[in-house]
Design a protein. Structure first.
Length: 449
C-alpha cells in the first residue's frame, strides 16, 4: 500500500510539475501569436487572443507595450493614404470648369457678329457714289461749279481744271441778238460779267449769286427763278411782236459729286443746255514736250506704262450708271414750229466696260424718254489713250432707234469724270428727215454708278 501511495504521490507531483511548465511555456507561446496578430490587428482586430482570455497576463502586458511600437510604424506608413484625400482636394481641378469661364474662346463666336457689321458696310461699296462727298472747289481751292450767264461770258475766278459744254437754242423765227445769253463786254456787259454759283454759298464771293437755298440739299435736282432787275436783253417771241425785258432767268439743273448738268432759259424760245465738270484723264505730269509740266487732269485714272495705257486699280470691268435727262424739243403743229422749254424728260442707264486692252473699252445705254419713249444708245468706242490727256470721252456714238419717232436719228457723247470715274455727263442731238411731228430733240443727261 505504501508503495502504491508513493507512486501515486509521485505521479501527482509530476503532473503538477508538468502543469506548471505548461503555464510558463504558454505565456511564451502567446507572445508569438500576439506579435503575429499585431500585424493582423489592422486587418482583423476581432481575432485577438487576449480579447478571448479574461485572465490578464502580466507578462503579456509587458510584452505588448513594446510590440505596439511596431504598429505605430505601419500607421505612419499608412498615413500617406490620408494624403490621398488631399487628392479629392484636387476637385479644385473640377474648378477647372472655370476654364469655361475662360470662354472668351467661345466668345469668339462674337467674330461672326463682325461679318454682320461688315455686311452693312458692303452695301455702301455697291453704292460708292452715295458715299462720295460733293466737290465744290478744285485742288487749288478755286470754285468750279459756276457758270457765266452769257454763252461766252467772263469766268476769271474759276480754276483751270473746269470744263463746260453748252448748247444755246433760239427759235428760228426770233431775233437772237436780243437774247440775254448773247452778250459781250461792250454789249450787255452786265450779263457778260454775271456768274451763277450752282454749288454752295461762298461768303467770300458775295457778288456771285448762289442758286441753292439755305438748307437745300447740295446734290440732286434744283429749279427756280433768278430775278435781277439789272439783267439786259429781251424775252424772245416769235415774229416781230414787242418783246418784254428779260428780268429773270429760269434754271433747272442736277448736281452730281464731280459734275453738274441742266438748263438756263428765259422761255421756250431761248435756252442754254449745259454740263460742267472737273477734268479727268491721264495720271501724272505733262512731259516738257507737251506743256509746262502741270498735271494732265484734276483726276488721273489711267497712265501709259511701257507704251501701253493701263487703268487705275479698281476701274477695269463693268459699271452701270443711272441718272436723269433734261431735254427741249421742237415740234411741227399746224405747219408751224413750236418750241418747248427745257424739262425733265425721263431717265438714262449707261453700261461702261473698261479693259486694259484699249480696243475693248466700250459704252452702250438707253434713255427712257417721256417724249420719245426708248432711245437706244448704240455701242461707242473710246479713242486711243494718246488723245485722252484730260478727258475720258466717248464721242460720236450713234442713235439708230427712237421708239416713238422713227424719223429721228443722231448722235450722243459722254464724259466720265471724278476720282474713280464716279460721274457721267453727256448730251444728245436728234433731228428728223421729215417736217412732221418732233423735228428736233436736244438733251443733256447725267448719272452716277
Amino acid at each position: 500500500m505504501q508503495s502504491k501511495l508513493k507512486l501515486t504521490l509521485a505521479a501527482v507531483a509530476v503532473s503538477i510539475a508538468l502543469s506548471g511548465c505548461k503555464s510558463t511555456d504558454g505565456a511564451r507561446v502567446v507572445e508569438k501569436p500576439k506579435a503575429e496578430q499585431a500585424v493582423e490587428i489592422t486587418k482583423k482586430p476581432a481575432k485577438s487572443e487576449n480579447a478571448g482570455s479574461n485572465k490578464p497576463d502580466t507578462k503579456a502586458e509587458t510584452t505588448t507595450p513594446t510590440k505596439p511600437d511596431t504598429p505605430i510604424k505601419p500607421k505612419p506608413s499608412e498615413q500617406p493614404k490620408p494624403v490621398v484625400p488631399v487628392k479629392p482636394t484636387e476637385p479644385a481641378k473640377p474648378a477647372e470648369p472655370k476654364q469655361p469661364i475662360e470662354q472668351p474662346n467661345p466668345a469668339e463666336p462674337t467674330e461672326p457678329t463682325k461679318p454682320i457689321e461688315e455686311k452693312p458696310v458692303e452695301p455702301q461699296k455697291p453704292t460708292p457714289s452715295t458715299a462720295v462727298k460733293p466737290v465744290n472747289e478744285d485742288s487749288s481751292g478755286k470754285l468750279w461749279r459756276v457758270i457765266p450767264l452769257a454763252n461766252h461770258g467772263l469766268l476769271s475766278d474759276a480754276g483751270t481744271v473746269r470744263r463746260e459744254d453748252r448748247d444755246h437754242f433760239v427759235h428760228p423765227d426770233s431775233d437772237d441778238s436780243k437774247s440775254p445769253f448773247v452778250a459781250r463786254e461792250n454789249d450787255k456787259s452786265y450779263n457778260y460779267y454775271l456768274v451763277l454759283n450752282l454749288g454752295t454759298e461762298d461768303k467770300e464771293n458775295v457778288r456771285i449769286p448762289t442758286l441753292i437755298s439755305n438748307g437745300e440739299s447740295y446734290l440732286g435736282k434744283h429749279s427756280g427763278v433768278l430775278k435781277d432787275h439789272q439783267l439786259e436783253g429781251k424775252q424772245l417771241l416769235v415774229g416781230n411782236e414787242d418783246m418784254p425785258d428779260a428780268k429773270q432767268i429760269n434754271y433747272l439743273y442736277i448736281n452730281q459729286p464731280y459734275s453738274s448738268y441742266g438748263a438756263l432759259f428765259t422761255n421756250e424760245n431761248d435756252s442754254s443746255l449745259f454740263n460742267i465738270r472737273l477734268t479727268t484723264g491721264r495720271d501724272g505730269k505733262k512731259q516738257s514736250a507737251e506743256g509746262s509740266g502741270s498735271s494732265y487732269a484734276e483726276y488721273g485714272v489711267f497712265d501709259i506704262v511701257n507704251g501701253k495705257a493701263q487703268w487705275k486699280d479698281g476701274l477695269v470691268g463693268d459699271a452701270i450708271y443711272k441718272g436723269n435727262v433734261i431735254a427741249r424739243f421742237e415740234k411741227i403743229v399746224d405747219g408751224e414750229t413750236i418750241a418747248y422749254a427745257p424739262q425733265l424728260d425721263g431717265d438714262v442707264t449707261l453700261k461702261l466696260h473698261l479693259d486694259n486692252e484699249w480696243e475693248k473699252n466700250k459704252l452702250t445705254g438707253e434713255i427712257n424718254s417721256v417724249t420719245l419713249g426708248k432711245i437706244k444708245l448704240d455701242e461707242s468706242k473710246l479713242p486711243d489713250a494718246i488723245y485722252l490727256r484730260e478727258s475720258i470721252s466717248f464721242s460720236d456714238g450713234e442713235i439708230s432707234y427712237v421708239e416713238k419717232n422713227s424719223n429721228l436719228s443722231g448722235y450722243y457723247s459722254t464724259e466720265f469724270v471724278g476720282e474713280n470715274l464716279n460721274d457721267a455727263v453727256g448730251n444728245i442731238e436728234l433731228e428728223s428727215n421729215k417736217r412732221e411731228g418732233i423735228t428736233k430733240y436736244n438733251a443733256v443727261f447725267g448719272g452716277t454708278k
